[in-house]
Design a protein around this ligand. Structure first.
Ligand code: A3P
Length: 293
Protein backbone atom coordinates (compact mmCIF):
# COMPACT_ATOMS: atom_id res chain seq x y z
CA UNK A 1 0.00 0.00 0.00
CA UNK A 2 0.96 3.68 -0.25
CA UNK A 3 1.88 3.73 3.46
CA UNK A 4 4.66 1.22 3.08
CA UNK A 5 6.29 2.97 0.17
CA UNK A 6 9.23 5.33 0.73
CA UNK A 7 8.29 9.01 0.40
CA UNK A 8 8.84 11.06 -2.75
CA UNK A 9 12.29 12.64 -2.59
CA UNK A 10 13.30 16.27 -3.05
CA UNK A 11 16.03 17.55 -5.36
CA UNK A 12 19.28 18.97 -4.02
CA UNK A 13 22.53 20.11 -5.54
CA UNK A 14 25.08 17.31 -5.58
CA UNK A 15 28.50 18.40 -6.89
CA UNK A 16 26.76 20.75 -9.31
CA UNK A 17 24.06 18.30 -10.48
CA UNK A 18 20.45 18.03 -9.25
CA UNK A 19 20.03 14.66 -7.57
CA UNK A 20 17.91 12.94 -4.91
CA UNK A 21 18.83 10.67 -2.03
CA UNK A 22 17.67 7.57 -3.93
CA UNK A 23 20.64 7.92 -6.30
CA UNK A 24 23.27 9.34 -3.93
CA UNK A 25 22.76 7.45 -0.63
CA UNK A 26 25.05 4.61 -1.65
CA UNK A 27 27.64 6.94 -3.22
CA UNK A 28 30.92 5.61 -1.77
CA UNK A 29 29.99 2.04 -2.67
CA UNK A 30 28.98 3.05 -6.17
CA UNK A 31 32.18 4.96 -6.74
CA UNK A 32 34.26 1.98 -5.66
CA UNK A 33 32.35 -0.40 -7.99
CA UNK A 34 34.76 -2.90 -9.55
CA UNK A 35 34.01 -2.97 -13.25
CA UNK A 36 35.32 -5.76 -15.46
CA UNK A 37 36.70 -5.49 -18.98
CA UNK A 38 33.74 -7.43 -20.38
CA UNK A 39 31.08 -5.41 -18.54
CA UNK A 40 28.71 -3.43 -20.74
CA UNK A 41 27.42 -0.18 -19.33
CA UNK A 42 24.14 1.13 -20.79
CA UNK A 43 24.14 4.86 -20.11
CA UNK A 44 21.35 7.35 -20.81
CA UNK A 45 19.66 10.49 -19.63
CA UNK A 46 16.36 9.17 -18.18
CA UNK A 47 13.64 8.24 -20.69
CA UNK A 48 15.92 7.91 -23.73
CA UNK A 49 15.07 4.26 -24.35
CA UNK A 50 17.21 2.60 -21.68
CA UNK A 51 14.81 -0.28 -21.21
CA UNK A 52 14.53 -0.89 -24.94
CA UNK A 53 18.29 -1.05 -25.50
CA UNK A 54 18.78 -3.06 -22.30
CA UNK A 55 16.37 -5.73 -23.53
CA UNK A 56 17.96 -5.77 -26.99
CA UNK A 57 21.39 -6.41 -25.46
CA UNK A 58 20.02 -8.93 -22.97
CA UNK A 59 18.40 -10.94 -25.77
CA UNK A 60 21.41 -10.70 -28.07
CA UNK A 61 23.66 -12.15 -25.39
CA UNK A 62 21.42 -14.53 -23.50
CA UNK A 63 18.22 -15.15 -25.42
CA UNK A 64 15.03 -15.96 -23.53
CA UNK A 65 15.65 -19.31 -21.88
CA UNK A 66 13.24 -21.06 -19.51
CA UNK A 67 15.34 -20.42 -16.43
CA UNK A 68 15.51 -16.69 -17.16
CA UNK A 69 11.93 -16.24 -18.27
CA UNK A 70 10.72 -15.14 -14.82
CA UNK A 71 13.60 -12.74 -14.10
CA UNK A 72 12.48 -9.14 -14.72
CA UNK A 73 14.72 -6.90 -16.77
CA UNK A 74 15.55 -4.67 -13.81
CA UNK A 75 17.29 -7.70 -12.24
CA UNK A 76 18.96 -8.84 -15.45
CA UNK A 77 20.28 -5.33 -16.06
CA UNK A 78 20.70 -3.70 -12.62
CA UNK A 79 20.44 0.06 -12.19
CA UNK A 80 23.84 0.82 -10.68
CA UNK A 81 23.10 3.90 -8.56
CA UNK A 82 19.61 3.12 -7.29
CA UNK A 83 19.25 2.89 -3.53
CA UNK A 84 15.66 2.86 -2.26
CA UNK A 85 14.88 1.74 1.33
CA UNK A 86 13.86 -1.92 1.69
CA UNK A 87 14.71 -2.65 -1.96
CA UNK A 88 17.93 -4.31 -3.15
CA UNK A 89 20.60 -1.78 -4.05
CA UNK A 90 21.50 -1.65 -7.73
CA UNK A 91 25.20 -1.81 -6.95
CA UNK A 92 24.75 -5.05 -5.00
CA UNK A 93 22.66 -6.60 -7.78
CA UNK A 94 25.37 -5.65 -10.26
CA UNK A 95 28.07 -7.19 -8.04
CA UNK A 96 26.08 -10.41 -7.82
CA UNK A 97 25.20 -10.74 -11.51
CA UNK A 98 26.02 -14.29 -12.56
CA UNK A 99 26.24 -13.50 -16.28
CA UNK A 100 29.21 -12.69 -18.45
CA UNK A 101 29.13 -10.10 -19.77
CA UNK A 102 27.32 -8.19 -17.06
CA UNK A 103 24.87 -5.64 -18.44
CA UNK A 104 24.61 -2.62 -16.14
CA UNK A 105 22.37 0.43 -16.46
CA UNK A 106 23.20 3.97 -15.35
CA UNK A 107 21.79 7.47 -15.71
CA UNK A 108 24.83 9.12 -14.16
CA UNK A 109 26.36 12.17 -15.81
CA UNK A 110 29.67 11.08 -17.31
CA UNK A 111 31.79 12.72 -14.58
CA UNK A 112 30.06 10.56 -11.92
CA UNK A 113 30.66 7.18 -13.55
CA UNK A 114 32.83 4.94 -11.35
CA UNK A 115 36.43 5.20 -12.55
CA UNK A 116 36.89 1.46 -12.90
CA UNK A 117 34.69 1.37 -16.03
CA UNK A 118 37.19 3.61 -17.84
CA UNK A 119 40.24 1.91 -16.33
CA UNK A 120 38.98 -1.54 -17.31
CA UNK A 121 38.00 -0.23 -20.74
CA UNK A 122 34.48 -1.66 -20.38
CA UNK A 123 32.23 -1.10 -23.35
CA UNK A 124 29.60 1.60 -23.03
CA UNK A 125 26.39 2.05 -25.01
CA UNK A 126 24.95 5.56 -24.68
CA UNK A 127 21.42 6.24 -25.90
CA UNK A 128 20.21 9.80 -26.52
CA UNK A 129 16.70 11.02 -27.30
CA UNK A 130 15.53 14.43 -28.48
CA UNK A 131 14.97 16.96 -25.71
CA UNK A 132 11.27 17.61 -26.22
CA UNK A 133 10.18 13.98 -26.18
CA UNK A 134 12.57 13.29 -23.31
CA UNK A 135 10.92 16.06 -21.30
CA UNK A 136 7.41 14.76 -22.04
CA UNK A 137 8.34 11.19 -21.18
CA UNK A 138 10.10 12.29 -17.98
CA UNK A 139 7.02 14.30 -16.94
CA UNK A 140 4.70 11.30 -17.20
CA UNK A 141 7.29 9.11 -15.51
CA UNK A 142 7.40 11.55 -12.58
CA UNK A 143 3.64 11.34 -12.21
CA UNK A 144 3.61 7.56 -11.93
CA UNK A 145 6.89 6.84 -10.14
CA UNK A 146 7.34 7.71 -6.47
CA UNK A 147 11.11 7.43 -6.76
CA UNK A 148 10.87 10.76 -8.62
CA UNK A 149 10.12 14.15 -7.04
CA UNK A 150 6.57 15.50 -7.59
CA UNK A 151 6.67 16.72 -11.19
CA UNK A 152 4.12 19.52 -10.67
CA UNK A 153 2.12 20.67 -13.68
CA UNK A 154 3.48 20.43 -17.21
CA UNK A 155 4.44 24.07 -17.70
CA UNK A 156 6.28 24.16 -14.39
CA UNK A 157 8.00 20.85 -15.18
CA UNK A 158 9.10 22.16 -18.58
CA UNK A 159 10.69 25.24 -16.98
CA UNK A 160 12.55 22.98 -14.57
CA UNK A 161 13.69 20.76 -17.44
CA UNK A 162 15.13 23.78 -19.23
CA UNK A 163 16.94 24.80 -16.04
CA UNK A 164 18.35 21.33 -15.43
CA UNK A 165 16.33 20.95 -12.23
CA UNK A 166 15.73 17.27 -12.90
CA UNK A 167 17.07 14.12 -11.30
CA UNK A 168 20.45 13.51 -13.01
CA UNK A 169 20.65 17.18 -13.91
CA UNK A 170 20.54 18.92 -17.23
CA UNK A 171 19.60 16.98 -20.39
CA UNK A 172 21.75 19.45 -22.37
CA UNK A 173 24.87 18.79 -20.30
CA UNK A 174 24.25 15.04 -20.15
CA UNK A 175 24.02 14.42 -23.89
CA UNK A 176 26.91 16.77 -24.68
CA UNK A 177 29.41 15.63 -22.06
CA UNK A 178 28.74 11.98 -22.97
CA UNK A 179 29.28 12.92 -26.62
CA UNK A 180 32.59 14.53 -25.65
CA UNK A 181 33.56 11.34 -23.85
CA UNK A 182 33.06 9.38 -27.05
CA UNK A 183 35.70 11.52 -28.76
CA UNK A 184 38.42 10.23 -26.42
CA UNK A 185 37.04 6.87 -25.26
CA UNK A 186 36.76 4.55 -28.24
CA UNK A 187 34.77 1.83 -26.46
CA UNK A 188 31.67 4.02 -26.45
CA UNK A 189 28.81 3.52 -28.92
CA UNK A 190 26.56 6.59 -29.07
CA UNK A 191 23.11 5.96 -30.51
CA UNK A 192 19.75 7.70 -30.87
CA UNK A 193 16.21 6.69 -29.91
CA UNK A 194 14.90 8.22 -33.13
CA UNK A 195 17.15 5.95 -35.21
CA UNK A 196 15.88 2.92 -33.32
CA UNK A 197 12.31 3.97 -34.09
CA UNK A 198 13.09 4.54 -37.73
CA UNK A 199 15.08 1.36 -38.37
CA UNK A 200 15.56 -0.93 -35.40
CA UNK A 201 17.14 -3.61 -37.61
CA UNK A 202 19.91 -1.28 -38.70
CA UNK A 203 20.54 -0.06 -35.17
CA UNK A 204 20.71 -3.64 -33.90
CA UNK A 205 23.23 -4.41 -36.66
CA UNK A 206 25.35 -1.45 -35.56
CA UNK A 207 25.17 -2.62 -31.96
CA UNK A 208 26.26 -6.12 -33.00
CA UNK A 209 29.14 -4.64 -34.96
CA UNK A 210 30.26 -2.58 -31.95
CA UNK A 211 29.98 -5.58 -29.63
CA UNK A 212 31.52 -8.09 -32.02
CA UNK A 213 28.38 -10.23 -32.15
CA UNK A 214 27.15 -12.17 -35.17
CA UNK A 215 23.68 -13.49 -34.39
CA UNK A 216 22.05 -16.00 -36.70
CA UNK A 217 19.07 -14.93 -38.78
CA UNK A 218 16.76 -16.74 -36.35
CA UNK A 219 18.32 -15.05 -33.31
CA UNK A 220 17.96 -11.66 -34.96
CA UNK A 221 14.37 -12.38 -35.83
CA UNK A 222 13.62 -13.36 -32.24
CA UNK A 223 15.21 -10.19 -30.89
CA UNK A 224 13.40 -7.97 -33.39
CA UNK A 225 10.05 -9.51 -32.55
CA UNK A 226 10.52 -9.44 -28.78
CA UNK A 227 11.56 -5.79 -28.65
CA UNK A 228 8.66 -4.16 -30.47
CA UNK A 229 6.82 -1.62 -28.35
CA UNK A 230 3.63 -3.67 -28.22
CA UNK A 231 5.40 -6.86 -27.22
CA UNK A 232 7.47 -5.12 -24.55
CA UNK A 233 4.33 -3.44 -23.21
CA UNK A 234 2.64 -6.83 -22.81
CA UNK A 235 5.73 -8.51 -21.40
CA UNK A 236 5.95 -8.73 -17.58
CA UNK A 237 9.73 -8.96 -17.88
CA UNK A 238 9.99 -5.53 -19.49
CA UNK A 239 6.92 -3.47 -18.51
CA UNK A 240 7.93 -2.84 -14.87
CA UNK A 241 4.53 -4.13 -13.69
CA UNK A 242 6.25 -5.77 -10.71
CA UNK A 243 7.74 -2.53 -9.35
CA UNK A 244 5.67 -1.24 -6.39
CA UNK A 245 7.00 2.33 -6.62
CA UNK A 246 5.30 2.74 -10.00
CA UNK A 247 1.57 3.35 -10.30
CA UNK A 248 0.82 2.33 -13.85
CA UNK A 249 -2.83 3.32 -13.57
CA UNK A 250 -1.61 6.95 -13.57
CA UNK A 251 0.60 6.42 -16.65
CA UNK A 252 2.00 3.15 -17.97
CA UNK A 253 5.78 2.73 -18.06
CA UNK A 254 5.49 1.66 -21.70
CA UNK A 255 3.56 4.82 -22.48
CA UNK A 256 3.62 5.75 -26.21
CA UNK A 257 6.97 4.84 -27.68
CA UNK A 258 6.89 7.41 -30.48
CA UNK A 259 8.84 10.33 -31.85
CA UNK A 260 7.01 13.66 -31.72
CA UNK A 261 4.59 13.18 -28.84
CA UNK A 262 5.89 16.59 -27.64
CA UNK A 263 3.45 18.13 -30.15
CA UNK A 264 0.59 16.92 -27.95
CA UNK A 265 2.09 18.68 -24.92
CA UNK A 266 3.93 21.89 -25.92
CA UNK A 267 1.87 25.00 -26.54
CA UNK A 268 3.02 27.25 -29.40
CA UNK A 269 4.57 29.71 -26.97
CA UNK A 270 6.22 26.96 -24.89
CA UNK A 271 7.74 25.65 -28.10
CA UNK A 272 9.04 29.09 -29.11
CA UNK A 273 10.60 29.66 -25.72
CA UNK A 274 12.05 26.15 -25.67
CA UNK A 275 13.53 26.50 -29.16
CA UNK A 276 15.21 29.80 -28.36
CA UNK A 277 16.71 28.45 -25.16
CA UNK A 278 17.72 25.24 -26.97
CA UNK A 279 19.62 27.06 -29.72
CA UNK A 280 21.45 28.98 -27.06
CA UNK A 281 22.37 25.96 -24.95
CA UNK A 282 23.26 23.75 -27.93
CA UNK A 283 25.05 26.30 -30.11
CA UNK A 284 28.46 24.70 -29.60
CA UNK A 285 27.17 21.14 -29.87
CA UNK A 286 27.86 18.79 -32.76
CA UNK A 287 24.76 16.79 -31.87
CA UNK A 288 21.76 16.93 -34.19
CA UNK A 289 18.49 15.53 -32.87
CA UNK A 290 15.31 14.81 -34.75
CA UNK A 291 12.05 15.86 -33.10
CA UNK A 292 9.91 14.19 -35.71
CA UNK A 293 10.29 11.51 -38.31
P1 A3P B 1 7.44 7.33 -23.80
O1 A3P B 1 7.18 7.80 -22.41
O2 A3P B 1 7.62 8.48 -24.75
O3 A3P B 1 6.44 6.35 -24.31
P2 A3P B 1 13.58 4.55 -20.44
O4 A3P B 1 13.57 3.08 -20.63
O5 A3P B 1 14.91 5.19 -20.69
O6 A3P B 1 12.97 4.94 -19.13
O7 A3P B 1 12.66 5.17 -21.60
C1 A3P B 1 11.28 4.96 -21.60
C2 A3P B 1 10.72 5.45 -22.92
O8 A3P B 1 11.11 4.54 -23.95
C3 A3P B 1 9.21 5.51 -22.91
O9 A3P B 1 8.86 6.58 -23.81
C4 A3P B 1 8.88 4.15 -23.47
O10 A3P B 1 7.58 4.03 -24.00
C5 A3P B 1 9.93 4.04 -24.56
N1 A3P B 1 10.14 2.66 -25.00
C6 A3P B 1 10.43 1.58 -24.26
N2 A3P B 1 10.49 0.47 -25.01
C7 A3P B 1 10.22 0.86 -26.29
C8 A3P B 1 10.11 0.17 -27.53
N3 A3P B 1 10.28 -1.15 -27.62
N4 A3P B 1 9.83 0.90 -28.63
C9 A3P B 1 9.64 2.23 -28.55
N5 A3P B 1 9.73 2.93 -27.41
C10 A3P B 1 10.01 2.26 -26.28
Amino acid sequence: TEMELPPRPTLFDFHGVSMTKYFTDNWENIQSFKARPDDILIATYPKAGTTWVSYILDLLYFGETDCRSSVPLQERVPFLEISVPSRPKGKDLADQLPTAPRLIKTHLPVQFVPKSFWEQRSRVVYVARNAKDSAVSYFHFGRMNRVQPEPGDWSCFLQNFMQGKMVFGSWYEHVNTWWDQKQTYSNLHYMFYEDLIEDSGQEISRLCCFLGLSPTAEQRELVQTKVTFDNMKQNKITNFSTVPMMNQSISPFMRKGRVGDWKNHFTVSQNEQFEEDYQNKMKNSALVFRNEI
